[in-house]
Design a protein around this ligand. Structure first.
Ligand code: UDP
Ligand code: MG
Length: 318
């Protein structure tokens, strides 16, 4: 049977969860009556996770990708995306906090062609408030504001994608939570649905409050790439021009003081400011121009178009 669904599950030290997860997942997928595969991505686990996954190898629908070391959840998703064969791709956590019963709902929303990306929303999230829910509420609000893609819950791993959305994605750092924002560049239709969330029963959470800083830095990167990745001079240029112009005005004023009125300007702090503004301004414009060159190298060396096509009518003559 051709594969219609790939379920990607990153796992890192989840040995007690593999079997219960598989037992919960299997009946749901079988009942859907579509060709599917389950891809476990073992993110360099140091416990019995790999052995637990190998214990499922008798099921021809199970595939596993084993990392050499811990590369992080984003890398695990990326590996899963690279290897997935399904038309619809669903990601979920390996600790049973996401519930497999939500899968058919997400699958249908993508499958019937209406949405390219459906994101789960853990409305009744079962995690601690101070440590997890509060930072994540702030983060969701901020990410929505900055990227313009408004979701209640960016952090939910349970998401469904149309195949071509993930095949075009390049993920770095901790970027998996920004996939809806990144994918938005392609003009995808994003929907959000409420999904069930359970407390973690076995194993330990891999994240703490320290994640907040990383997410914040990644947000700056995403925003920059989203807005200016094909036009860096438009980002640096205005700042550079304003700075240079300010420096020029100050310098002309001081020059007039010196040449026309004969005043000494050597000890004036304003002189420093004027010179500084000119130097910074020239640097910023230079950075913008360098950025323009880098953008060209980036797009042309990878044959990466600066647009995204939905379909071509008539022959494809490339
Ligand atoms: N995970 C991973 N690599 C990591 C950290 C986490 O593959 O470096 C997996 C982990 O095994 C789990 C999922 O990502 O399946 C979510 O992790 P966790 O439950 O710790 O996050 P939380 O639900 O606490 O936000
Ligand atoms: Mg979890």
């Amino acid at each position: 049977m051709a594969k219609e669904l790939s379920v990607i599950i990153p796992v890192y030290n989840e040995q007690e969860n593999i079997r219960p997860l598989y037992d919960a997942l299997k009946p749901v997928l079988e009942a859907m009556g579509v060709g599917y595969e389950i891809i476990f991505v073992d993110d360099g686990s140091t416990d019995g996770t790999a052995a637990a996954i190998e214990g499922l190898a008798s099921d021809p629908n199970v595939r596993a990708l084993e990392f050499r070391r811990n590369f992080g959840q984003t890398a695990a998703f990326a590996a899963g995306f690279d290897h997935a064969e399904g038309e619809v791709i669903i990601t979920m956590d390996g600790d049973l906090q996401n519930d497999p019963i939500d899968i058919p709902k997400l699958f249908d929303m993508v499958r019937n062609g209406k949405y390219d990306l459906v994101s789960g929303w853990r409305k009744n999230r079962q995690d601690s408030f101070l440590n997890r829910k509060l930072p994540s509420m702030l983060a969701n609000w901020l990410i929505g504001k900055v990227t313009g893609v408004k979701l209640h819950d960016y952090g939910c791993s349970l998401k469904a994608y149309r195949r071509d959305v993930v095949k075009n994605l390049k993920l770095y750092g901790e970027m998996h939570r920004f996939i809806p924002a990144v994918a938005n560049w392609y003009g995808v239709n994003v929907a959000e649905v409420e999904t069930t969330h359970h407390p973690r029963l076995r194993g330990k959470s891999k994240y703490g409050i320290g994640r907040t800083v990383k997410v914040f830095l990644d947000l700056i990167t995403v925003k920059f790439l989203q807005s200016f990745s094909t036009k860096p001079i438009q980002f640096f240029g205005p700042m550079g021009l304003a700075s240079t112009a300010g420096g020029m005005v100050i310098s002309l004023y001081l020059a007039a003081q010196k040449l026309l009125l004969g005043k000494s300007i050597g000890g004036r702090p304003l002189l420093l400011l004027g010179v500084l503004l000119i130097i910074i301004g020239v640097q910023l414009i230079g950075m913008g121009l360098l950025g323009e060159m880098i953008v060209r190298v980036y797009h042309e060396s990878q044959k990466k178009p600066i647009y995204a096509l939905k379909k071509i009518i008539g022959p494809d003559n490339r």
